[in-house]
Design a protein around this ligand. Structure first.
Ligand SMILES: [Zn+2]
Ligand SMILES: [Zn+2]
Length: 257
């Protein structure tokens, strides 16, 4: 059985947990150590029970707490060569923490969790996102992607559960108060996926096995939960209330893929 939950989702910090049997992995850890520990305990998980952290890329909202948590709890960190290099340059890598290099084209196992990384276009050194599986059910996680690609759509097809970036509503972004350069970065090909982009991506997938769709990484300035849910519901042909929501303060509770 594969189950998963989110500790937090958004530009203030991202952290997701996936569990198969006794193996628990975090995907990203963008919260400070005490906050990660507090939120894990809220989900009924002892921080010492984490096996590994799978890092997507070096941006602070995903990587800020990775090495602190790994050092405190003896956790192995999985990340690409580029992400490790970028974090080393920023002084964020702690000696004594075991790291394993991720190849964006190569699946691997962490205990009972099968991990399938895939490459994405985003403005960081060598970003990847992940599909994790117990061998039967598949959870796909996709945030921080400027635009969808055929490769991404093929990797995320036939998932049982999807956590999907709905970063912004394009109209709200352009009408909002961000400086122009930042708007261009967010909306650009290496920025973030807007509600419409997420809807088109979801519509392009093989959704035949899909039983969970969760909107994630919503901007608090440039999006509203209802807009994100409505977009994904259109692609699914379902009620908006069926679409889950990952929030900054709460993430979301345990689900079985
Ligand atoms: Zn992010
Ligand atoms: Zn990012």
């Amino acid at each position: 059985m594969l189950r998963f939950a989110s500790l937090a989702s958004g530009s203030g910090g991202n952290c997701l947990i996936a569990e198969v049997a006794k193996t628990r992995v975090l995907i990203d850890c963008g919260l400070k150590l005490t906050e990660t520990e507090r939120r894990l305990e809220r989900l009924g998980v002892a921080p010492g029970g984490i096996t590994a952290i799978l890092v997507t890329h070096e941006h602070g909202d995903h990587a800020h707490g990775v090495f602190d948590f790994a050092a405190a709890h003896g956790v192995t960190v999985y990340l690409t060569f580029g992400t490790l290099g970028a974090m080393r340059q920023e002084g964020k890598v702690l000696d004594g923490v075991r790291t394993v290099q991720v190849d964006g084209r190569q699946s691997f196992a962490v205990g009972d969790v099968q991990v399938h990384p895939f490459t994405v276009p985003h403005d960081s050194r060598e970003p990847v996102q992940y599909v994790v599986s117990d061998g039967a059910s598949r959870l796909g996680v996709l945030t921080d992607i400027g635009a969808s690609t055929r490769h991404v759509e093929s990797c995320l097809s036939r998932c049982d559960a999807l956590v999907l970036e709905c970063n912004h509503d394009l109209d709200m972004l352009w009408a909002g108060g961000y400086p122009k350069w930042l708007k261009q970065r967010i909306a650009g090909p290496f920025g973030h996926l807007d509600n419409g982009g997420a809807e088109r991506l979801l519509a392009a997938l093989d959704r035949s096995r899909l039983r969970h769709v969760i909107a994630a990484h919503l901007s608090q300035q440039n999006n509203r939960p209802q807009l994100a849910r409505a977009a994904l519901a259109r692609a699914m042909g379902c009620e908006e209330s069926w679409i889950g929501l990952a929030t900054q303060d709460e993430g979301f509770g345990w689900r079985e893929a």
